[in-house]
Design a binder for this molecule. Structure first.
Ligand SMILES: [Zn+2]
Length: 337
């Protein structure tokens, strides 16, 4: 996989939904030299346009990779200095339990639970965060109600080309779009909008106004998808290392048949390993693009990920590289509709 140092840097940046600035600033620096137009909209999504050459059947393609990550917001500080929190996005309480978290100002903490984690039944209201404070007054020197924090998880190499880190969801998508943009030499027929969206984890909010602004012909989410090839509570065919996922459907969207066929044709023509991607839980930015304007053809390019939504998600470098190649191939593609 190319440019691994950038992927690492992106995963280690913090961008809780609604607070994506650190990630956006990092991406902005990377994309500036390659963009024809750049715009940051009012809710913070970063829109990077690369013009196409036009011609018959040329399209406006909007890629969406979300910059935000899940986390927690402080809702109450207890007299003993422990912090009570609420969800920003979908957290699995059992995987947050005893994990490390970090606030935006660099304050660190550990996630604990009142009672057993089994009795918490995934209720984040039962969790608390221990920053080492001695009292409420002491804690208020470091955090306040409304402060947000996210997972801490270093970037590690596993065996067989697998890597482990916090926030592959969806820095891996941001990374793929940056690399695909770098490759775009302006000779493609299609206008390409590389969009780095906000607030996907709280209901695909950022991609909606962006799609309304761009009015694309095709909207493609570039995101992760849960794996099914390890002992877990999910069932399906998604397999780490088997190629880039071409989304058929998730509960939020049914992908356009012709877009799916075009992606498969691209992979076959360029020897890009791919797999069909189907999940029955979750969603992605393709849904809001799909239902924007008078309707938009939707697609999804998905990196299959083990242990999503925690500090230790796992992906395959080969799948990530395949995803960059598919983004490039579909950007150049001449569609028949
Ligand atoms: Zn995601």
């Amino acid at each position: 996989m190319r440019n691994e140092a950038l992927l690492k840097k992106l995963t280690q940046a913090q961008g809780i939904a609604g607070y994506e600035k650190e990630v956006r600033d990092l991406i902005l620096e990377e994309v500036k030299p390659y963009a024809d137009e750049i715009l940051i909209d009012a809710i913070g999504s970063l829109i990077v346009k690369k013009n196409g050459t036009g011609g018959p059947n040329s399209k406006k393609i909007m890629f969406a990779a979300h910059m935000d990550e899940i986390g927690f917001m402080v809702k109450k500080i207890e007299p003993d200095g422990m912090l009570r929190v609420c969800n920003i996005g979908w957290n699995w309480a059992a995987s947050a339990y005893n994990g490390r978290i970090r606030f935006r100002n660099g304050v660190n903490g550990v996630v604990g639970c009142r009672g057993t984690i089994e009795d918490a039944h995934n209720d984040v209201g039962k969790l608390y965060i221990d920053i080492g404070a001695r009292s409420k007054e002491d804690a208020e020197n470091y955090v306040k109600v409304g402060s947000v924090c996210g997972y801490y998880g270093e970037y590690l190499e596993l065996q067989n080309g697998l890597i482990c880190s916090k926030t592959f969801d969806d820095r891996v998508g941001c990374f793929q779009l940056i690399e695909a943009l770098r490759e775009n030499d302006g000779t493609y027929p299609n206008d390409i909008y590389y969009v780095f969206t906000v607030q996907e984890e709280v209901g695909c909010r950022g991609s909606k106004p962006t799609a309304e602004r761009i009015r694309p012909d095709i909207g493609i989410a570039v995101d992760i998808t849960p794996a099914h090839d390890y002992p877990c509570d999910l069932e399906g065919s998604n397999t780490v290392g088997k190629g880039i996922g071409i989304k058929y459907a998730d509960p939020s969207v049914i992908c356009d048949e012709e877009v799916v066929s075009a992606m498969e044709a691209c992979c076959k023509a360029e020897d890009i390993p791919f797999q069909p991607e189907v999940i029955d839980k979750g969603g992605c930015d393709a849904s809001s693009m799909n239902l924007s304007g008078f309707g938009v053809r939707a697609g999804g390019i998905s990196v299959v990920t083990r242990y999503p939504h925690c500090q230790s998600s796992v992906v395959s470098k080969d799948d990530v590289e395949a995803g960059i190649r598919l983004c490039t191939a579909i950007s150049k593609y001449t569609f028949s509709f």
